[in-house]
Structure formats: structure tokens, C-alpha cells
Design a protein around this ligand. Structure first.
Ligand code: TA6
Length: 315
């Protein structure tokens, strides 16, 4: 079973303006809709689209619980969420315009998690997680949620022997590396912070990081990605697509990559599906949609280059 954990859930409010979105101007709304938010929920949605059984865990605020649950139902996300009383799931506003100038996101900070509810989550994970399971931790931490609490979650996964995938940022990402989880997805800037500065070559630095984390997918936006596994580095070039909304593309990458690992696909297939599905996502207006048929048509357009590595260059 795959369990995704969304500690800081969200409802995305997607607003598309008429014409080009411009500062210091009254921008008129053309379309507005609510969509699934929160990175773990997004990953669950992708896994379900691949027909892979999964359960979304984490928290949900009581005040707008029905609205969040309606969205989860519409997106076919099976969940066992812990309700935080007197709390509202945050809204994340995603702005796009008719001219497809790229999306702008304004995220709420979220609600605080009570000590009791954190303990409930730990207990739930202790009961559920088994060796062959996958634990996916994705998204920001709620206000005042500590690294110690995050460590407690990762520790449960470690003790169970589950595969642990993390799409975290900042200090949470650093902690996941320190704890040697199985998968991380840093962006270009986060990657720089994770790599050993003393080494000159990017390749050598990636290989050192790969000694602690078996799968690294470093995303460089529309420039593609670097995927590192078992001492091999792959430079991945995505197909060119007409961008409508790139919000959620990273989540689709993570979900599709993990889906392919769960299906026991080889690494290059996993990379190709993740790249194609996230390219398909970018062509869609909302934050979750992608089209598997469109993605499969794009598979031949993806370039995956295995980089030469010199094993003597690193100690
Ligand atoms: O990646 C897109 C997204 O999942 C949005 O749907 C939005 O809810 C946001 O990310 C939340 O990100 P955060 O890092 O604050 O958890």
C-alpha cells in the first residue's frame, strides 16, 4: 500500500483573469474554480489515475471539512484524515491569465496541529506501515510544526522498513536527507544547498548525495531534470508544450514516478512517464489534471541522456 501524508492540506482557488494579469490594474475574473490543493493529496490523485491503491493521510480542518471532502471525492482521493477542531483548511490562490504568462501562487499558512492530533498520526502510521509499503511525505509543514515532529514521522517509516519518498523543502528537506530517506525532489536552488560545496563538479556532488538518498529527482522547471540513482546520473529534457498552468506539475512528476516504481517499471520508463505526465499537466488549466493518453504520445519526444561518470573522481 502507498500512504501519502499531507500535513498542511489546502484548497486551491484557481482564478483566471481576462487578458493579461497586470499589477496596478483592475484584473477581471474570467473563470474561477476550487481545486485540490496540498502536495500529498495531489500525489494520491496521480497514483489513483494510474490505478494504484493508496490512502491519503494527514489533517483536515473542521470548519470547511465538507468542502475539502467534496473536492477529495471529486478527485477520487481515498483518505483517512484526522480532523483538527475549530480549524480551517487553508486556501491557496492560483492566478493564471488568458495570455498564459505562467501561474502565480499565493498560499495560506494553514492551521496549527494539536499535540494530540500529531500523536494520533504517529499511532496511525505505526499501525499501518509495513515493510513493502511506501510512505510519501509532501508539502509544507503547518505553522509551529517542528522538525522533531517530522522526524518522528520519518522514524516510524524507517522502523517499518517502508520506502520513504519526500517532497519537502528548506530544513525539512535537509532533515529528510540526513535521515537517508529513499526519494527526494529538490528544485535547482534547494539542490545547491544540499550539495557538498567543496566539490567542483555538479556530477560528483550529485553522486555524493546519492550515497545517502537512493533516488534523487532534481527539477529544473521547463529545463527538465536530473535524476540520480545507483551511481548513474540522467539528464532529462522534456517535450516543448504550450504552458497554461504549471502549478501542480511537480506533484504530477512525483506521483507518476512513484507510480512507475510501484509498478516495477525500469528507471528510464519511470523518468519518461513522470516527465510526460507533468508536461501534460502544464497544458491544463487547473492544478491537478493531466492526460495519460496525451502523455503516452509525448513519450518518444523525451530525451534521457545518461551522463558519463568517472567513479575515480569521488572518494
Ligand atoms: O504543488 C502545487 C500545490 O500542491 C498547490 O496545489 C498548493 O496547494 C501548494 O502546492 C501547496 O504547497 P505547500 O508547499 O505550501 O504545501
Amino acid at each position: 500500500m502507498i500512504y501519502t501524508v499531507t500535513l498542511n492540506p489546502a484548497i486551491d482557488r484557481l482564478i483566471q483573469t481576462s487578458g493579461m494579469l497586470t499589477k496596478k490594474k483592475t484584473n477581471r475574473v474570467k473563470t474561477a474554480e476550487y481545486d485540490l490543493g496540498g502536495k500529498g493529496f495531489h500525489v494520491s490523485h496521480v497514483l489513483s489515475k494510474f490505478g494504484i491503491e493508496n490512502i491519503a493521510l494527514g489533517f483536515i480542518g473542521s470548519e470547511n471539512q465538507l468542502q475539502m471532502e467534496k473536492i477529495l471525492r471529486a478527485k477520487q482521493v481515498t483518505h483517512q484524515l484526522i480532523v483538527e477542531k475549530n480549524a480551517s483548511t487553508r486556501e491557496c490562490i492560483v492566478l493564471i491569465d488568458e495570455e498564459s504568462q505562467g501561474s502565480t501562487m499565493v498560499t495560506g499558512s494553514g492551521f496549527r496541529i494539536s499535540r494530540t492530533n500529531h500523536e494520533k498520526l504517529i499511532f496511525q502510521l505505526q499501525k499501518l506501515l509495513k515493510k513493502d509499503d511506501m510512505l510519501v511525505l509532501a508539502g509544507s509543514l503547518p505553522p509551529d510544526y517542528t522538525l522533531k515532529q517530522l522526524k518522528e514521522i520519518i522514524d516510524v517509516g524507517k522502523r517499518a522498513g517502508s520506502f520513504i519518498a519526500c517532497d519537502l523543502s528548506g530544513d525539512a528537506l535537509k532533515l529528510s536527507v540526513k535521515m537517508e530517506v529513499d526519494f527526494i525532489k529538490p528544485n535547482q536552488f534547494e539542490l545547491e544547498e544540499l550539495l557538498t560545496p567543496a566539490m567542483e563538479s555538479m556530477k560528483d556532488r550529485l553522486l555524493v548525495l546519492n550515497e545517502s538518498v537512493p533516488y534523487i529527482a532534481a527539477s529544473f522547471g521547463e529545463e527538465g531534470s536530473y535524476v540520480v540513482h545507483a551511481g548513474e546520473i540522467y539528464r532529462v529534457f522534456p517535450p516543448k508544450v504550450k504552458e497554461v498552468n504549471d502549478t501542480g506539475a511537480g506533484d504530477v512528476f512525483v506521483g507518476s514516478f512513484l507510480a512507475q516504481l510501484a509498478l516495477r517499471a525500469n528507471l528510464e520508463t519511470a523518468i519518461a512517464y513522470a516527465t510526460a505526465c507533468s508536461a501534460s499537466k502544464v497544458t491544463k488549466r487547473n492544478c491537478t489534471d493531466f492526460d495519460l493518453i496525451q502523455a503516452e504520445q509525448m513519450l518518444p519526444m523525451i530525451k534521457i541522456k545518461k551522463l558519463e561518470v568517472n567513479p575515480d573522481a569521488i572518494s
